[in-house]
Design a protein around this ligand. Sequence first.
Ligand code: ADP
Ligand code: MG
Length: 750
Amino acid sequence: MTDGSPLAVAMEEEESTAMAMEVEESPSPSPSIAPRDPPKIQRLEESVVNRIAAGEVIQRPVSAVKELVENSLDADSTSISVTVKDGGLKLIQVSDDGHGIRREDLPILCERHTTSKLSKYEDLFSLSSMGFRGEALASMTYVAHVTVTTITKGQIHGHRVSYRDGVMEHEPKACAAVKGTQIMVENLFYNMIARRKTLQNSADDYGKIVDLLSRMAIHHNNVSFSCRKHGAVKADVHSVVSSSRLDSIRSVYGVSVAKSLIKVEVSSGESSGCAFDMEGFVSNSNYVAKKTILVLFINDRLVECSALKRAVEIVYAATLPKASKPFVYMSINLPREHVDINIHPTKKEVSLLNQEIMIEMIQSEVELKLRNTNDTRTFQEQKVEYIQSTLKSSKSDTPVSPLPSGQKTPKVPVRKMVRTDSSDPAGRLHAFLQPKPHNLPDTVSSLSAVRSSIRQRRNPKETADLSSVQELLSGVDSCCHPGLLETVRNCTYVGMADDVFALVQYQTHLYLANVVNLSKELMYQQTLRRFAHFNAIQLSDPAPLSELILLALQEEDLDPENNEKDHLKERIAEMNTELLMEKVEMLEEYFSVFIDSDGNLSRLPVILDQYTPDMDRVPEFLLCLGNDVEWEDEKACFQGVSAAIGNFYAMHPPLLPNPSGDGVRFYTKTSEKSSQENPALGSNVEMESVLDQDLLSDAETAWAQREWSIQHVLFPSMRLFLKPPASMASNGTFVKVASLEKLYKIFERC
Ligand code: ADP
Ligand code: MG
């Protein structure tokens, strides 16, 4: 969201390969180093210039279809049908019932820069048509054979004419015609061998064309669209004119999509400094798909915006993780002067004022709507799954009454179910920010204590209800520090200052922010928010619990040479395993931590999309689950497990030292220098340092990945979800290092 990149239509990846192939065809300059005379500058022939330009405007078949359909829309058509042969390479035919083209305009129709939509530069700012550059048809004639058949109102017959390289191949011929225009583009890229080959080798464009028309059809619901393969009876897109957007989505994307949509709307006032209206539909939890579909129109122009797409996905990942690849249709309207449509030859990119503010407002609206539906859903599950808890307190024998979720009546508004009780300290996290020291017993007597406590922990099947989680979340809310929240929401990531601190800017201040603390807290909070609704990370090699725990115990041991304690460690590992094996159902159901019946850890939860924790920390995590979690009390247990997950997923520095600083010494091995001259001088062997390349490159990857995640996953997600606890204001998580005002004062004196 912070990259400020202009909105851009996708397809870029494939396009760039096509372009790259094109370049490769030209002879590469010889790598001679001898000085040579400056090459002569020549004027390119116009046909060469035009063909180069055409290659940019018409990048692939789907771009030609887009231009043609937009022309039809500009011509006030109410019905547009598209026929495609061989993915568009053989034939693209677009027929409409629009106003047609005048006979006298036909001679210049396909010349470059001939248009009926713009006459002076200023018109650009009040333009309501899709086209304006007068380049599309011209471009097509430079890379394909184009035939136009058209008739205007009041004419008794139409005209047909073919074009090549911008000009008519013959005088227009009179012909019978139905209302409107039909444009046929044949043998696309016949004269661009490399492009044609690349396109022939990749999957054909028909899918992209169908996708394009589906998107167009739901937005322009006053126009009927159809798209079919040449010779096919059945159309792959078939929409009818309808007055309701939802009806058109239903007819194009199907009933199941349409019935899982929620309406979203944002209308920002002028005062926000960014005037825009957005209306659209987003999918609810019933819509599960492999890929996000974002159908986005800005001022009726179909564009794509990866920043918005990512932003919406993040909201889904947090609120509806199981349905985290949504279907989204949005139409955004903003003052024409806020959009610069003229920054790209294909007009696929538009540049917007205040893109970030807009995205944030849209995110909040989507989040709000999803939360409302999600709460309802959670509530229903809660009702069904409620079973009287039989938890016992370990401290006293009096039964602890379970959290009274059963007393809730469905009539209570969902929002009110989440109470914020500032007197209830539950959920305060400072205790978890510094991991508790592991109370590892180191004598046999404490071993028996552990054993008895583990026995006590053998509870009957645990049941839990979500009200304890709601309470923990309320705790998070009530501890939130408003000033820090403001800072986190609006700060800009500058870079890593060292292994733990990131430099961030907020307004005129620079702060050092402890990413370990921040990520730990974020992961903790997200674990609570996604409680029982996690996506899962499948481990490729399930790992045995007991060995992992043993490993953690050995790593912790400050005196690893001392073998006496080995036996003890094994026993502790065994008991911890035993304990966790009793909790497998709960861990799986609520936290998506899956341990199979053989005691192998095989699945972990997704806490933030696009982020997997450092697997080197699995042993420590399991030990922490075994040792630090208060299993007897429901709320404390959920809090403990969430904190352990938070600590595990936090963005700690990788275990391998940072190779970019002094840490590089770690990767240097000293070895004997092979010296043939003095084989006899054993005592005087020269030593040389060699770098352990494999380890070094592992370390470099780990550190680079972490930095990427900090910038692209942690900070964007924090902006959305983190409620920073007040403790962070004083525990060194945020340290102000400079303020611009003060710096200016210093510089003024210089
Ligand atoms: P632009 O759309 O930028 O004006 P094009 O090369 O796409 O440039 O089209 C040139 C002109 O041809 C348009 O301005 C329009 O007047 C006319 N035209 C193209 N397609 C159609 C159509 N389907 N119906 C009516 N007029 C059309
Ligand atoms: Mg056009």
